[in-house]
Design a protein around this ligand. Structure first.
Ligand code: FCB
Length: 440
């Protein structure tokens, strides 16, 4: 048996996002977001699900924090809903929204759980979308104001501030394929949105630091390793070019100060409007970077390989391939000068069944996590500075376009009764945290 010991201050945590768990979509003065609008539009979400109620975390947060204590997590990554605090995105502040996050953060601190806050996990105020959303540069300034407001209120207790969660999903899935809110399908818009997300990130980092010079600022990127199908040079070239065209779109501007040449080529006439000074703003030093990892893509000279013989796939249709996480971490560590890193999301959706004893035996999720923890530890031995790990997710929740049909939780949520039941994977995770090690 091999034991993988983690550093004593390693930040083990769990992650969620506001729209996926909070519910209470129109309570206490919360404004409408693009995800409310999108999920209320027939045909957009599997089974017509919405986040109107979700996990009722808005009301049940004390019990959910008790659950976190039971798991022994050291950190909780969550997002704040812009529309709770600024119902139309700018202007009038809703004190009840600020009070909610104040109570949440106080309760986390009382439970000795480090709050790890994301300002934007996809729920743009509909009021701003009506004025062009992320295609409109004004949204960047509104975002920076929202960031400053939150830091002023919570910066005395929240140290970790993340501007955006997964700008590439916002860009490609929200504005190119249209499977996510706001459901736009337009390449020109998508590239302009990408640049505005980066600009907003830069402005927000300044705003965060301006509001409180002691806190840490960072961003969360989702990265899928691009692997070649074989060792043939043309397959290797295909994988490299796929990586360069997609995964570098945000890494390069943030950590190198320019957009990658491959993206210029791909975007052609759709390259965004970039103003003087934008790239310097975007490439400011960060205190940390978060990486979300779920799977990899495989490429041959003929294109993307859809199915790998003998491979295991999750309910999302994502291949289970933990070694790709280590390869990806080492790759970005070699290619960029990165600040300390956190795995800010990793987890798996599998079909769960409640057994006769009321338990949820989820060996595949448990094994998925175990393999990814091990590969992260190995990447750390290779020299990658990983400081913590947030499992996606604390709870089963609203999985965007898939609604409630996909379950990622360490804890099962019965949506009829809102009962929470820790799954085997959750109990195992508690043991990993307690021992600060993984054994295999
Ligand atoms: C990520 C999202 C997160 C969750 C997981 C499964 O892309 O950041 O909200 O949906 O995927």
């Amino acid at each position: 048996m091999t034991t993988y010991q983690f550093p004593h201050n390693f930040l083990w945590g769990v992650a969620t996002a506001a729209y996926q768990i909070e519910g209470a979509w129109n309570e206490d003065g919360r404004g409408e977001s693009i995800w409310d609008r999108f999920s209320h539009t027939p045909g957009k979400i599997t089974n017509g699900d919405t986040g109107d109620i979700a996990c009722e975390h808005y009301h049940r947060y004390p019990a959910d924090i008790a659950l976190m204590r039971q798991l022994g997590v050291k950190a909780y990554r969550f997002s704040t809903a812009w529309t709770r605090v600024l119902p139309s995105g700018r202007g009038r502040i809703n004190p009840q929204g600020l009070d909610f996050y104040d109570r949440l953060v106080d309760a986390l601190c009382a439970a000795n759980i480090e709050p790890f806050l994301t300002l934007y996990h996809w729920d743009l105020p509909q009021g701003l979308q009506d004025e062009g959303g992320w295609d409109n540069r004004e949204t960047c300034y509104a975002f920076a104001d929202y960031a400053a407001l939150m830091v002023k209120r919570l910066g005395d207790r929240v140290n970790y501030w993340t501007t955006f969660n997964e700008p590439s999903v916002i860009t490609y899935i929200g504005h190119l394929t249209g499977e996510h809110a706001p459901g736009i399908q337009d390449a020109r818009t998508a590239y302009q949105v990408a640049h505005h997300l980066m600009t907003a990130h830069g402005l927000a980092v300044q705003a965060i630091r301006g509001a409180n010079s002691k806190v840490d600022a960072g961003i969360v990127l989702n990265l899928w390793m691009a692997d070649p199908a074989t060792d043939a040079p043309e397959d290797i070239a295909a994988a490299e070019s796929a990586w360069d065209q997609t995964e570098t779109l945000f890494l390069d501007p943030i950590f190198k100060g320019h957009y990658p040449p491959a993206v210029y080529e791909l975007a052609g006439g759709n390259m965004p409007k970039i103003l003087n000074g934008d790239m310097a703003l975007i490439s400011q030093e960060l205190d940390f970077v978060g990486v979300n990892f779920y799977s990899r893509n495989v490429f041959s000279a003929k294109g993307k390989v859809d199915s790998i013989d003998g491979a295991e796939y999750t309910e999302m249709g994502w291949e289970v391939c933990a070694p790709a996480l280590r390869r990806m971490l080492v790759k970005i560590n070699n290619e960029y000068r990165l600040p300390p890193m956190y795995i800010t999301e990793n987890g798996a959706s599998f079909k769960d069944e409640v057994s006769a004893d009321g338990k949820i035996h989820d060996p595949r999720r448990l094994d998925y996590l175990k393999q990814h923890f091990i590969q992260t530890r190995l990447a750390m031995q290779d020299g990658v500075d990983v400081r913590g790990y947030m499992v996606w997710s604390l709870l089963d929740n609203f999985e965007w376009g898939h609604g409630f049909s996909k379950r990622f939780g360490l804890t099962r949520v019965d949506y009829e009764t809102q009962k929470r039941t820790v799954k085997d994977s959750g109990e195992w995770y508690a043991e990993v945290i307690r021992a600060n090690q993984v054994r295999e």
